[in-house]
Design a protein around this ligand. Structure first.
Ligand code: NAD
Length: 419
């Protein structure tokens, strides 16, 4: 069993730390966020992920899993160091590598024995060269003090712990096969297709996977909009389309567009990465533009249904998270739609089963957060379903429509058309 340090205990890092400890490794999770680490030390998960907290507690109690804010302690301990900090979108659409640079810089300062450094964060090409440069500046020699590997993550939020234990595939990229094999061996006990490849390939596999998922969403949204324009029913069209085994029914749900912490930023990063190397990926740009356009499409539908400008209207919103079964509202299209509604003078009340509070910095200070779904209907001119939480289907819709000023409901998440 190996000694594994995980730098950054957010969604990916925490799940990785808990998962590896469950596989029998000794794990030390490190984060600069003191509040997060103090919660984790008590066995409380800062994120709402099914099945995660009990395993976190169990392995804390067994001593297989520990947490710290000290990078020095993490580096002293680790044979493998997984970097799982965030790589948000930069102003120009490329990946913002500042967290990765900070993490590598501080781990390099405390690297006092050979360790394999594994980048789990989604990073563009060039990041590994940058990492080598930082390590070189600290006097560290590749092969003697460290080796590098790429191990992109494919988990789905909401099912993150399940996905760690039952991944669709495990991809490891490294310059040396033996380094990749060592990283791959950490996953012993997990049944999944495995691929050892180059670092470059591992990077593209991750970005291409997210670009493909984004493409499916933009595609089905395009078809849904065409259906509405020509009077066809997307529910049946989607069903008929998906019966083709080359297409399939999965990930073919129309809605307000893709959001969240991965797809929007990763498709943009892939576009910028490619542009910087001289190739303009027109097709991916169209996928992205289609998604941007979805916000305007939903606003247009709301105005159309209201038959009047938004000023002075009361709008109820069901759903804030970027998808159901998560508490994550990062980059949620819902938030963008609500901001737009508020900007145009609507009074907005929203409910989401996964969101207990919203912070003002997301530009939602005027949003009223309801504690029950029923509250968004009270005196509303229109209620829009923006996230397809299955429990919204079970509401007493007839009774709730009676509480509204007029029974206008927009199912922008196509909740009632989901299989
Ligand atoms: P996150 O923001 O939830 O977590 C990042 C963590 O890193 C935070 O807790 C932060 O405090 C910590 N951190 C930042 N700088 C640090 C430093 N110098 N030292 C130690 N800790 C530091 O991010 P996430 O959603 O877990 O994403 C991490 C990476 O994984 C990203 O590259 C993302 O694209 C990728 N990814 C995310 C998902 C997902 O569903 N969230 C899925 C696959 C891949």
């Amino acid at each position: 069993m190996a000694k594994i340090g995980v730098i950054g205990t957010g969604y990916v890092g925490l799940v990785t730390a808990v998962g590896f400890s469950e596989l029998g490794h000794d794990v030390l999770g490190m984060d600069i966020d003191e509040e997060k680490i103090s919660l984790l030390k008590k066995g409380a998960s800062p994120i709402d992920e099914a099945g995660l907290e009990p395993v976190l507690r169990k392995n804390l109690e067994k001593g297989k899993l520990r947490f710290t804010t000290s990078i020095e302690e993490a580096m002293r301990f680790s044979e493998y160091v997984f970097v799982a900090v965030n790589t948000p979108v930069d102003e120009d659409g490329s990946a913002d590598l500042s967290q990765v640079i900070d993490a590598v810089d501080s781990l390099a300062s405390h690297l006092d024995h050979y360790a394999i450094i594994v980048i789990k964060s989604t990073v563009p090409v060039g990041t590994f060269e940058l990492t080598e440069e930082i390590l070189k500046l600290k006097g560290k020699i590749e092969g003697k003090d460290y080796d590098l590997a790429s191990n992109p993550e494919f988990l789905r939020e909401g099912k993150a712990y399940y996905d760690f234990m039952h991944p669709s595939r495990i991809i490891v990229g490294a310059k040396k096969k033996e380094v990749a094999e060592k990283v791959m061996s950490l996953y012993e006990g997990i049944d999944a297709p495995r691929l050892i490849t180059s670092i470059q390939n591992a990077i593209v596999i991750k970005y291409a996977s997210n670009a493909f998922l984004a493409t499916r969403i933009s595609f089905i949204n395009e078809i849904a909009n065409i259906c509405e324009a020509i009077g066809a029913d997307i529910a049946d069209v989607k069903k008929g389309l998906g019966y083709d085994p080359r297409i399939g029914h999965h990930y073919l749900q129309p809605g307000i567009g893709y959001g969240g912490p991965c797809l929007p930023k990763d498709i943009l990063a892939l576009i910028r990465m490619s542009e910087q190397k001289g190739y303009y990926p027109q097709f991916l740009e169209a996928v992205h533009q289609k998604n941007e356009h979805q916000v305007r499409t939903v606003i247009f539908k709301i105005k159309n249904l209201l038959g009047r400008p938004l000023t002075g209207t009361k709008i109820g919103i069901l759903g804030l998270t970027f998808k159901p079964e998560t508490d994550d509202i990062r980059n949620s299209m819902t938030v963008r739609i609500i901001r737009r509604l508020i900007k145009e003078g609507a009074e907005v009340t929203a409910y989401d089963p996964g969101v207990k509070r919203v912070t003002e910095r997301r530009g939602l200070s005027k949003l009223r957060l309801a504690q029950a779904p029923e509250d968004v209907f009270e005196g509303a001119d229109l209620v829009a379903i923006l996230t397809a939480w299955p429990q919204f289907r079970k509401l007493d819709w007839d009774a709730l429509k009676g509480k509204m000023k007029a029974p206008r409901v927009l199912d922008a998440a196509y909740l009632f058309q989901e299989e």
